[in-house]
Ligand binder design. Structure first.
Ligand code: PHE
Length: 341
């Protein structure tokens, strides 16, 4: 054995340690050089057969190599170990059940709107829409509500700051009657779902924004019984049962005669509760026979055509169907409420 051999051994071992990437082969290298029957161990053992003067030098050199290799192997072992721990942390268990993404759903008012549309569509009604921002002509004048008419006070509302003409957030969907009749010739049947806005103190039954569904039917032989038949059929289909409802005389400048539609309060089943103010009925729509002035304002001959119109509060219909006792819940954004539907 020569120092030369020891140097080769050291170079060899170093190379092998550098090239390993896993603990198993590092252990093998450890064994191969430093183990009981390892190459370096063998060299150290064979020192005794060397002559004395060579033995000291050789022994010192061999021990040095042994320590260097031992240290190097230890460092390498820690390095690989670190990788193993990180890999363990980053391990992806593909068999674990995944996190399902939260899936949204349609708002209860949208669901209700679609149900209403579906029922009227099946009765031959078309679904029309109109702008949420109106001018005074469409929201008032054309609907037989001239300037200074007291009915304007009821619908005093959100006015927009606009340079040319006075614009407002529409207070009802009735202006769409005018828009539609300007561009379509009777006979016609439409419903108009949409948001409306009112300067209103809010309570259990009132909101400053609500959803309405306007209805308009114009034909030659239209009368109140015809209106009652359609509304009755709508109630039957929407509530899935024969619903009691009542018509009471009311006043709207754009209908003559006018009435409001009250239905049995379904929160208390007609017994009387806080929502229906103990009456057992809830007003869900205003309605009436189209006023001749409305026909004139939209270019329809009132001598030839007759019609009825209604304006349902969709919020209230949903309240009755789903037994919701406060209208403010709809737009509260409270997921505990919304997720129930
Ligand atoms: N536009 C009326 C309201 O908002 C309701 C209505 C519509 C009344 C159609 C008669 C006819 O209160």
């Amino acid at each position: 054995m020569e120092i030369i051999d020891l140097k080769t051994l050291k170079i060899e071992a170093n190379k092998e340690i550098d090239n390993t990437a896993d603990l198993k082969s590092l252990d093998d290298i450890d064994k191969k050089y430093l183990g009981k029957k390892g190459e370096l161990t063998r060299i150290l053992r064979s020192l005794q057969i060397l002559p004395k003067e060579k033995r000291a030098n050789m022994g010192k050199a061999a021990n040095e190599v042994k320590n260097v290799l031992k240290q190097k192997i230890e460092i390498k072992r820690k390095e690989i170990g670190k990788d193993v721990i990180i890999a363990d942390k980053e391990r992806i268990d593909a068999t674990r059940p995944g996190k399902a993404p939260i899936q949204g759903h349609l708002h209860i008012l949208t669901q209700t709107r679609r149900e209403v549309e579906e029922i009227f569509r099946s009765m031959g009604f078309e679904v029309a829409e109109g702008p949420e921002v109106e001018n005074e002509w469409y929201n008032f004048d054309a609907l037989n509500i001239p300037k200074n008419h007291p009915a304007r006070d009821v619908w005093d509302t959100f006015w927009l700051k606009s340079a040319k003409e006075r614009l407002l957030l529409r207070t009802h969907t009735s202006p769409v009657q005018i828009h539609y009749m300007e561009t379509h010739k009777p006979p016609l049947r439409i419903i108009v779902p949409g948001n409306v806005f009112r300067h209103e103190a809010t309570d259990q039954r009132h909101e400053f924004q609500l959803f309405q569904v306007e209805g308009l039917m114009v034909d030659k032989d239209i009368s109140v019984p015809n209106f009652k038949a359609i509304v009755g059929e709508f109630f039957r289909r929407f509530f899935n049962k024969n619903m009691g409802f009542r018509l009471r005389p009311d006043f709207f400048p754009f209908t003559e005669p006018s009435f409001d539609i009250g239905m049995t309060c379904l929160i208390c089943e007609g017994k009387g509760c806080q929502l229906c103010k103990g009456s057992g009925f809830l007003e869900v729509a205003g309605a009436g026979m189209v006023h001749p002035n409305v026909f004139k304002a939209s270019g329809v001959d009132p001598k030839k055509w007759k019609g009825w119109a209604f304006g349902f509060g969709l919020d209230r219909l949903a309240m009755m169907k789903y037994k919701i006792n406060d209208v403010r819940l709809f737009r509260s954004g409270d997921m505990r409420f919304l997720n129930q539907f």
